[in-house]
Every structure is written in structure tokens, then in C-alpha cells.
Design a protein around this ligand. Structure first.
Ligand SMILES: Cc1cc2nc3c(=O)[nH]c(=O)nc-3n(C[C@H](O)[C@H](O)[C@H](O)COP(=O)(O)O)c2cc1C
Length: 208
């Protein structure tokens, strides 16, 4: 199916077959492809925390305001951004790997690495949070498209208590939780939703 078709047909699905299993190989393959998404300076800050322990799912249920997809969907992923990805060591390592792979020469390696280090150097925590949110969101959308292409249904969730979720799953301050994604076999189609007419959302050169 084309990307256009997936986007036209995809709905947020809120009811899943709890007996339907998706293998970890399939999830790994979806994540591997989603990781090819564009990301700032290629620092690769997105982390995918897969929750497959039923006890943990039950723990998350009330934290996510009893949204049944948390326990019914085959796969539940906490989409995280890793603040340590901004560390100089990580930036140097990634550019060294690109150099070793033969993708660029030494001077481009050094130029790109230093440009990235300088880009993040003076950013506030709030700025870095926005950087992580951008990167994780792009990877999330890729994952949703890939999962739908593979014949699964999905839903994105921000309807949960962030602090309680991090406490329940022992997620440290190193990580920013951006959203939850549930993937599985839907038992009830997601309801249709409207979108603004395209002419209401396109502006040219200025916005008022
Ligand atoms: C960041 C984000 C958070 C969302 N959180 C929830 C949620 O917690 N619960 C829910 O039922 N739907 C959630 N949704 C789904 C939206 O309600 C849904 O995408 C929107 O109504 C459009 O419907 P559609 O996805 O079926 O096209 C979320 C979507 C996004 C992008």
C-alpha cells in the first residue's frame, strides 16, 4: 500500500484482540526501519521501550486512565528521547562510525561532529526537550506507518500521567517520555474523523 493510501485509511483503533500476538522479530524489524527516520544531526536519540509483561501492562492501565488498548493491544511501546544522545562522546562516536563506513571523509566527519556539538552546547533543557520531541515524533510516525503497512492497527497515546508512568517503569530523568504507541489487531474500526479543508491550513509567506 502506498503511503498516501495508508494515511487515507489509517484510523486510531481503541479496541484490540488480546489473544493476537506479534512476534518480537516483527517488532524489531519495524523499529529498525523506523530508526531510519530523519533526526537532528543523526544523534539517534529515540528509544523504544517495549512493554510485554502483563503485570506491567496492568500497572500502566490506571496510569493511562484505563484506556483498554494498554492491556489489549499486542504491543505497547513507550517512545522515549535519550538526553545522553546530546553528549559529545555520542556525537563523536556516530560521526566516527559514518567515517569508518566510508560515508564521508575525515574533514566532513570533523566538520559535522563539531557543528552538532556546537549546535547543542548552549541549549537549555527546555530546548533539548523540544529537540527530543521532534526526533521521537518523526520516528513514531514512521513506526505507525510501518505497522499499518504490515497490516496492524495502531493508536498513539499521550493520555497518561507522565510522572506515574516513569515511576512505575523506573524510567530515569535521562529519558523524556514523548508518547505511547499501541500496535495490534483491531476488533472494532476506529471512528472516522474529519480534517480541516486544506485551504484552511495552507498559508503563503505570512500567517495571521
Ligand atoms: C500525540 C497524540 C496523543 C494521543 N493520545 C490519545 C489518547 O491518549 N487516547 C486516545 O484515545 N487517542 C489519542 N490520540 C489519538 C487522536 O485522538 C487521534 O489521532 C485523532 O482524534 C484523529 O483521529 P485518527 O487518528 O483516527 O485519524 C492521540 C493522538 C496523538 C497524535
Amino acid at each position: 500500500m502506498s503511503v498516501k493510501n495508508i494515511l487515507e485509511k489509517r484510523r486510531s483503533v481503541r479496541h484490540y484482540d488480546p489473544s493476537y500476538k506479534i512476534s518480537s522479530e516483527i517488532i524489531t524489524s519495524l523499529v529498525e526501519t523506523a530508526s531510519k527516520s530523519p533526526n537532528g544531526n543523526n544523534i539517534q536519540a529515540t528509544r523504544y521501550l517495549i512493554i510485554d509483561e502483563p503485570d506491567l501492562r496492568n500497572l500502566i492501565l490506571p496510569i493511562a486512565f484505563n484506556q483498554q488498548q494498554v492491556i489489549e493491544a499486542s504491543t505497547l511501546i513507550v517512545m522515549l528521547g535519550d538526553y545522553q544522545a546530546f553528549d559529545k562522546e555520542n556525537i563523536i562516536r556516530i560521526h566516527e562510525e559514518g567515517f569508518q563506513a566510508g560515508y564521508f571523509d575525515e574533514s566532513l566527519r570533523d566538520y559535522l561532529a563539531h557543528a552538532a556539538i556546537n549546535y547543542y552546547k548552549n541549549k537549555s533543557t527546555e530546548d533539548l526537550k523540544i529537540e527530543l520531541t521532534r526526533d521521537v515524533s518523526l520516528a513514531s510516525m514512521s513506526l505507525i506507518l510501518l505497522a499499518n503497512e504490515a497490516g496492524f492497527d495502531t493508536i498513539t497515546m499521550s493520555g497518561y500521567d507522565s510522572k506515574k508512568l516513569k515511576d512505575a517503569l523506573n524510567i530515569s530523568e535521562r529519558y523524556l517520555d514523548v508518547m505511547l504507541i499501541a500496535i495490534g489487531k483491531g476488533t472494532k474500526a476506529g471512528h472516522k474523523t474529519v480534517r480541516h479543508n486544506v485551504n484552511e491550513i495552507i498559508y503563503k509567506n505570512e500567517i495571521i
